[in-house]
Design a protein around this ligand. Structure first.
Ligand code: FMN
Ligand code: FES
Length: 419
């Protein structure tokens, strides 16, 4: 693919972006119904809801005017299945299969919102029509999650519509590998996998290691109990991780990457594989990407559920087909990693930030967060909290804001004790 072809796909998809920003369609598809296809909502029947919706639209004779999309997690998992109807952005929660004919008849045919299904504020009890107006979303800043719940993760063109692969195009045609590393250093991005190591420094070490073969690895093992940040990113926006890994490959001089993902994440694995296949088909993975001579391809390896395999050296040992036991450091992976070659390993969420930093710039990214840690952080809210789900807030946001305001506090007006 050439850069001009990427621009042509983006132009073709303009109406999709317009409708989901609240504007009229220009391609005749006047409504978009986005239904959450994350693991949480899938377990409460969202796939059947989506199929029923398509069948009802056929019956009503408006299947050509309404686009039904299964997305990744919207965040408010406790109230799933979630559905949003654009361009008006009406936010339905706890939708059941039996509700679908009413939504089609009243809302999609007659233009009347089904008020009883519209999200209700947990404190005031009032209906809130728009997702972004809810207490849950107001204090959030979505960077890593920006496409989760907003696009069809199984359609590469929807990702391209939202500036997807533009960052890869930019680095390959306008930046040097060292320029990319400097940008990552200046952004202040730190690893989101737990250690908080500065990402740009890690990439510099691997770039400095001299070798004909290097690797880029993504840690999607996510062993921490109750955590589902990485799963949700892979389910909702797999191309962001693929694009970031290709950018990392260019920066350090690697032509191959591995995503190590838990086998317990079947939806994430399936969507990631589909995304890799589509990226290859569009020439965004493989040989001579954007006609620049840069080659990069990706493989998936499934983890068998050992917590220790989330540790980076154990993870690399496991990819090599051996028992996943940690090895002593030094040597660090950037010097001697996968199959003994220089390797960078970053977490899913770390990668999900990279294309945005390249496109929007260091100043934008460093405007969020604290003095020593920039950007945002995704958290999974679970346990005794009103809004169980997934949230993303600027670094430095207090636990009180996350738990009391966004999380809606402890059910039954109980006092918060510990997290
Ligand atoms: C016992 C153990 C388990 C870990 N599990 C994970 C994990 O599940 N996911 C992850 O990204 N990092 C995990 N880490 C951290 C990784 O070793 C590594 O620091 C991280 O993948 C680097 O990526 P980052 O710099 O983008 O954070 C674990 C570390 C230890 C010691
Ligand atoms: S899985 Fe549907 S909102 Fe999180």
């Amino acid at each position: 693919m050439k850069l001009s072809e990427l621009a042509a796909i983006k132009a073709k998809m303009e109406s999709v972006v317009s409708v989901r920003s609240g504007e009229e369609a220009t391609d005749g598809v006047r409504k978009h119904v986005l239904i959450c296809g994350g693991t949480g909502c899938t377990s409460s029947n969202s796939v059947t809801i989506s199929e029923t919706m398509k069948a009802e639209l056929e019956k009503a004779g408006i299947a050509d005017e309404v686009k039904v999309v299964l997305t990744g997690c919207f965040g408010l998992c406790a109230l799933g299945p979630i559905m949003i109807v654009y361009p008006e952005g009406v936010f339905y929660s706890a939708v059941k299969v039996e509700d679908v004919p009413e939504i089609v008849k009243n809302h999609l045919v007659n233009g009347e919102v089904v008020t009883r299904l519209v999200y209700k504020d947990e404190i005031t009890g009032e209906h809130v029509h728009s997702l972004m107006e809810t207490r849950f979303y107001k204090s959030q800043k979505r960077v890593a999650l920006r496409n989760c719940g907003a696009i069809d993760p199984e359609d590469i063109e929807e990702y391209i519509a939202k500036d997807g692969y533009a960052a890869l195009g930019k680095v390959l045609t306008e930046m040097t590998p060292q320029g990319v590393i400097d940008t990552m250093k200046e952004s202040g991005l730190r690893g989101r996998g737990g250690g908080g190591f500065p990402t740009g420094n890690k990439w510099q070490f691997a770039a400095n290691s001299v070798s004909d073969k290097k690797y880029v690895v993504c840690n999607a093992d996510e062993g921490d109990p109750g955590a589902f940040m990485d799963r949700s990113i892979l389910e909702g926006d797999p191309h962001a991780v693929i694009e970031a890994m290709a950018i990392a490959g260019y920066a350090i001089g690697a032509d191959e990457g591995y995503v190590y993902v838990r086998a317990e994440y079947p939806i994430a694995v399936r969507r990631l594989q589909k995304a890799i296949d589509q990226a290859r088909e569009y020439g965004l993975l493989g040989k001579d990407i954007f006609g620049t001579g840069f080659n990069f391809d990706l493989n998936i390896r499934l983890g068998a559920g050992a917590f220790v395999c989330g540790e980076e050296t154990a993870l690399l040992t496991s990819i090599e087909g051996k028992r996943g036991e940690p090895r002593p450091r030094p040597p660090f992976p950037a010097v001697k990693g996968l199959f003994g070659q220089p390797t960078i390993i970053n977490n899913v969420e770390t990668y999900a930030n990279v294309p945005q930093i390249i496109l929007k710039g260091v100043e934008w990214f460093t405007s969020m967060g604290t003095e020593r840690s920039k950007g945002t952080k995704v958290f999974a809210l679970g346990g005794k909290i009103t809004n169980t789900g997934l949230v993303e807030v600027p670094m430095g946001t207090t636990l009180r804001t996350v738990i009391e305001e966004i999380g809606g506090g402890i059910p039954g007006g109980k006092k918060f004790k510990a997290a």
